[in-house]
Design a protein around this ligand. Structure first.
Ligand code: CDP
Length: 212
């Protein structure tokens, strides 16, 4: 069983995907972490926007790299969206993602993957697909709180601008752009808390699995 969860930054994909994995007894992979790991290696080796440097860095990424706390830094997220636009980087990370989906670790009976192109490119055969969105303002507010705790007012403007340019880059690139698969449930979490989003997702997945 494969569940694909796609959507833009800070839409609530990670929280939802983690809960779905736990609920259905599946392994979980945050594929953004792979792009972040490639970006971190490329930053250490020179320029992440250099396709040769970025591709070599992506080839060195291993599943174990996803736990490095430095991956969460904002500059690494920004560099991740730069390396993610390079087709050779995406190609280098494809097998890793498909292997995880089809041979999940720990003997799990399937996997939940979250990212930008899981339902469209990595696992178009997924049993259920969700496309999670929220307004730019709601997402910038969430990311500001994550970065800075409750006192998020001072960085909100910068986070909003960064998110806008990252959205444009992720949706506008030629290689596997962020887009909803035709058979994905569109879930707008602007006015939904984590519990409501989870309930809506579980209902959809149960209907999807029941209708086969
Ligand atoms: O945490 P956040 O939603 O901000 O970003 P992320 O999911 O960690 O992804 C970081 C960057 O990797 C994104 O901006 C995308 O450009 C890229 N990415 C991608 O291209 N394809 C994926 N399947 C996952 C991430």
């Amino acid at each position: 069983m494969i569940i694909a969860v796609d959507g833009p930054a800070a839409a609530g994909k990670g929280t939802l995907a983690r809960r779905l994995a736990q609920h259905f007894g599946l392994a979980y992979l945050d594929t953004g972490s792979l792009y972040r790991a490639a970006a971190l290696k490329a930053l250490a080796r020179g320029s992440p926007s250099d396709p040769k440097v970025a591709e070599a860095a992506a080839r060195d990424v291993r599943i174990e790299d996803v736990t490095d706390p430095r991956l969460r830094d904002e500059d690494v997220g920004e560099a991740a969206s730069v390396v993610a636009a390079i087709p050779a980087v995406r190609a280098a990370l494809l097998d890793l993602q498909r292997d995880f989906a089809h041979r999940p670790p720990g003997g799990a009976k399937g996997a939940v993957l979250d990212g930008r192109d899981i339902g469209t490119v990595v696992c178009p055969e997924a049993d259920a697909k969700l496309f999670v969105t929220a307004s730019l303002e709601a997402r910038a507010a969430r990311r500001s709180r994550e970065l800075q705790g409750s006192d998020s007012g001072s960085i909100y403007g910068r986070v909003l601008q960064d998110m806008k340019s990252r959205d444009a880059r992720d949706s506008g690139r030629a290689a596997a752009p962020l887009q909803r698969a035709a058979d994905a449930l569109a879930l707008d979490t602007t006015a939904l808390d984590a519990d409501a989003a989870f309930t809506a997702a579980v209902d959809f997945i149960a209907r999807k699995l029941g209708s086969r």
